[in-house]
Design a protein around this ligand. Sequence first.
Ligand SMILES: Cc1cc2nc3c(=O)[nH]c(=O)nc-3n(C[C@H](O)[C@H](O)[C@H](O)COP(=O)(O)OP(=O)(O)OC[C@H]3O[C@@H](n4cnc5c(N)ncnc54)[C@H](O)[C@@H]3O)c2cc1C
Length: 264
Amino acid sequence: MYSFDYQRPADRAAAAAAMKGDARFLAGGQSLVQAMKLRLSSSERLVDLRAVGDLKGIRVDGGNVVIGAMTTHAEVAASAEVRKAIPALAELAGGIGDPAVRNMGTLGGSIANADPAACYPAAVLGLGATVQTSQRSIPGEQFFTGLYETALSPGELITAVSFPIPQQAAYAKFRQPASRFALVGVFVCKSAAGVRVAVTGAKSSVFRAKALEDALAANFTPEAAKAVKLPSTGINGDMHGSAEYRAAMISVMASRAVAAALAR
Ligand SMILES: Cc1cc2nc3c(=O)[nH]c(=O)nc-3n(C[C@H](O)[C@H](O)[C@H](O)COP(=O)(O)OP(=O)(O)OC[C@H]3O[C@@H](n4cnc5c(N)ncnc54)[C@H](O)[C@@H]3O)c2cc1C
């Protein structure tokens, strides 16, 4: 690990003031610290957000569940409000990594990191969520811009994510057994606005699968999802699964997600 300066501000203003030069926010450290230990990443300064109290919390606001950026995966998984309003989101959070990761890792850290196999990006895109930052509101559709890339500007702080409450939704993940990230993960959501299907683990960034959305808008059943054959063009292939395998798994996981959504 390269040496760095560490700061632990007590509020948002002090956090913003500390973000000078080559500084980065530190949330749960589950991705950033690992990358720094391996010398894959370095920063002059880490600005620890854990003492900034108003970045945590969960509330239902009209038709949305609003979750603070520093809320951990374990807190989302255990939240009675989330389990009632969007059980798919609580289940997704409860399936991330292991207990240590879930008790340290945060919603804001997960989406800022934009790992191509992470789970939360599928919920942000699948539910049509909005990312609130220190500067603006960013529609989920515009937030993930590529491999580990987002629309965030340097020093821009994610403060919360607002998830619209759907009629029916579920997330199905086919785990990479060693890392527990998604080899393929599919978030399916049905709301008054239509059907959305977001896929993680299969490309350089989370994406919507239009062929599945069209099929499920016409017939919201597991069979309709399974019948969709997606091309393997542009799909990731590696030692864990070929592009053809992952493409086939997208329809399989979508059908499992629809079955789970209908079974509630
Ligand atoms: C063994 C293991 C298994 C895992 N399995 C899964 C899995 O199954 N599914 C899954 O989705 N993830 C998984 N993860 C990743 C985990 O969810 C991390 O918690 C997450 O990716 C990063 O969150 P963090 O709070 O630890 O962020 P950090 O590691 O602290 O930060 C990550 C990045 O986000 C930035 N950042 C943090 N907070 C903010 C903010 N509020 N505003 C702007 N930028 C910010 C940081 O500067 C940094 O660049 C796993 C991790 C490990 C170690």
